[in-house]
Design a protein around this ligand. Structure first.
Ligand code: ADP
Ligand code: MG
Length: 157
């Protein structure tokens, strides 16, 4: 169930999350709106994935993504959160985030301490960086999905 839908292309607005303090940990996660999450394959596995991401018409960067349970909806709805492996000058709430999810890293886990959580995420980030340097994964960085916004496709064709 983790791999069947991959690669998975997805675009949507970045909304406010639940203030779990991801940014304070140095690992901000851009949350997709509920509408985007609803459109996800319902049987996609929770856990950590890697892929490519782009904010607005900006550059395409490596990312790690978590598919988890949304505490705001008593954990009956999923949440999808993207940590882009890049330092941004400003927040980008309200902007359109485009992602392609390429591979699965691991299932969700509970951690005994904040330190254990942070070091697991750092390992996820290193794994994502290694995977995304592989030629077959680099290819998707150049995909038209990131270069042709939907509005342009409508106007030019
Ligand atoms: P929230 O609970 O609102 O999602 P976070 O602490 O997870 O708050 O921070 C997420 C926000 O940080 C994103 O919506 C985005 O505007 C901003 N941000 C800045 N840099 C990044 C990054 N590298 N990856 C993801 N989001 C980032
Ligand atoms: Mg977040």
């Amino acid at each position: 169930a983790a791999m069947r839908h991959l690669p998975y292309f997805c675009r949507g607005e970045v909304v406010k999350g639940f203030g779990r303090g991801s940014k304070e940990l140095g690992i901000p996660t851009a949350n997709f709106s509920e509408q985007v999450v609803e459109s996800f394959p319902s049987d996609i596995s929770t856990g950590i994935y890697y892929g490519w991401a782009c904010v607005g018409n900006g550059d395409v960067h490596k990312m790690v993504l978590s598919v988890g349970w949304n505490p705001f909806y008593k954990n009956i709805k999923k949440s999808v959160e993207t940590h882009i492996i890049h330092t941004f000058k400003e927040d980008f709430y309200g902007e359109i985030l485009s992602i392609v999810i390429i591979g699965y890293i691991r299932p969700e886990k509970n951690f005994d301490s904040l330190e254990a959580l942070i070091s697991a995420i750092q390992e996820d980030i290193e794994e994502a960086k290694r995977q995304l340097d592989l030629p077959e994964h680099l290819k998707l960085k150049e995909d038209n999905f990131f270069h042709l916004p939907e509005s342009k496709i409508v106007n030019n064709h």
